[in-house]
Design a protein around this ligand. Structure first.
Ligand code: ZN
Length: 437
């Protein structure tokens, strides 16, 4: 048997390995990069692939033309590729229309993007929903190009933008009830490790872990879709099923060295908010909890007023708050196996609380029951936990009036949910407590 430390190290290694495998693929809002990524995930879980045709109306949006890219470069008069998509897929503005032609420096300049404050980094840029093109490069390369007088450049973008489909993956894992926990990750960024790949790999390995588990109370639904339009497409196609979703999390940015951040659902008293807070308080991890705001990732869609699902967002450093965000510095070294493993443990812990949570009813609510008479003390441990266990029993009996779940009792009593659950199981065995119908 592995101890906890070794098993966390193994998880971190496996998560990082999956990120490494997926990193080179040029994903986009649509196209073969998304398909190839989902196909790799199918080696871990039996993901169902959905293709939604270009032109399909989804709420206020329309599924766009499908984009595919084979090659792209800017070469100088001697044929040297100065900017080469094959060296990094971030070099091409993601979604660029096909282009072939010769350009002077002055003509080319407006199509180039750099980050002057990070001169050796390549920015990540997109031009979805409009016909445009461009290249991203380091400020250093840009400066060197600017030194070359009268150079003309050959620009080739061998892309297609035509009718096709938007691709997303979905995996439903049935539980004892049809009430669902939804876990969502976006899958549309090219070679960026923390942004998209950390969430994708954690969701995938969590799905596999739950799949191997013998018992699950909830049904789990994992969705891997492009940001914004993908989430909107999924919601539009599943609108009649959304009432089954009891809890949910958007998973993204889970591999950097920052503290864990939980962003609350728009529904402020949602159980997922309680579960995340309860877990993080006792986890020993550095963390912060933020209120909902309509910015960030696809919690924007899941928490839009017409949808309003009880979904939060689990991440580490939020988007836009670290300099590597949307640059070539969000690479394989930026995501740490240890951070990935701790994020995975946090997700697992939060799910564990939701699974263990339940509402009970005290069957002898008139005065305190005589616990000795019902055999409650007989098999209790004679150790230092005895007093805490006894307090857990009193809290469960007192608040099990049908209006408090175990998580609510944990919040009120400051006793960990696992111990409360143990107390509840013991009380059920003694005939003093029953699940609330
Ligand atoms: Zn992003």
């Amino acid at each position: 048997m592995l101890n906890r430390h070794e098993s966390r190290e193994a998880t971190g290694g496996e998560l990082h390995g999956l990120i490494r495998q997926l990193f080179p693929i040029c994903r986009s809002m649509t196209g073969d990069g998304v398909r190839e990524t989902l196909a790799r995930l199918q080696e871990f879980i039996p993901l169902e692939i959905h293709e939604v045709p270009t032109g399909t109306k989804v709420f206020d949006w329309v599924v766009p033309a499908e984009w595919n890219i084979r090659d792209a470069y800017v070469s100088d008069g001697s044929g040297n590729r100065i900017i080469d998509f094959k060296a990094s897929n971030l070099h091409l503005v993601n979604g660029s229309m096909p282009v072939r032609g010769r350009f002077t420096w002055d003509e080319l300049k407006p199509k180039l993007h750099t980050i002057p404050s990070m001169p050796d980094a390549i920015p990540y840029r997109t031009c979805f929903h409009k016909e445009d093109w461009g290249f991203c490069l380091s400020q250093n390369t840009y400066d060197a190009m600017e030194q070359r007088d009268n150079e003309t450049y050959e620009v080739v973008i061998d892309s297609t933008l035509e009718d096709g489909s938007l691709t997303y993956g979905e995996f439903t894992l049935p539980g004892e009830t049809d009430q669902e926990i939804l876990l969502y990750s976006h899958i549309c960024h090219p070679s960026l490790a923390n942004d998209n790949l950390s969430g994708i790999s954690i969701a995938t390995l969590m799905a596999r872990q739950l799949l191997r588990q013998s018992r699950r109370r909830y049904t789990y639904r994992f969705v891997f879709a492009p940001a914004t339009i993908g989430a909107i497409t999924w919601l539009a196609r599943n609108q009649s099923q959304l009432h089954k979703i009891r809890h949910g999390l958007v998973l993204s940015l889970l591999g950097d060295g920052g503290p864990i951040t939980y962003k609350k659902s728009r529904i402020s008293n949602a159980d997922i908010n309680v579960a995340a807070a309860l877990f993080l308080e006792k986890s020993g991890f550095e963390y912060s909890i933020r209120e909902f705001e309509p910015f960030g990732y696809d919690e924007r869609q899941f928490c839009s007023p017409g949808i309003n699902l009880p979904m939060g967002c689990l991440m580490r450093t939020p988007s836009g708050e670290f300099p590597e965000y949307h640059t070539s510095k969000d690479d394989l070294d930026f995501v740490k196996p240890e951070s990935l493993a701790n994020s995975f443990a946090a997700l697992s812990g939060i799910i564990g609380l939701l699974e263990a949570d339940e509402i009970f009813i005290n069957l002898k609510p008139f005065g305190e029951p005589r616990l000795g008479k019902h055999g409650l003390y007989e098999s209790m441990p004679e150790n230092e936990n005895r007093l805490e266990f006894q307090q857990a029993v009193q809290w469960v009996l007192n608040l099990s009036d049908g209006g408090h779940s175990l998580m609510a009792i944990a919040q009120r009593s400051n006793i960990g949910l696992p111990l409360l659950r143990q107390a509840a199981d013991r009380l059920i065995a003694c005939g003093l407590l029953a699940p609330h119908k």
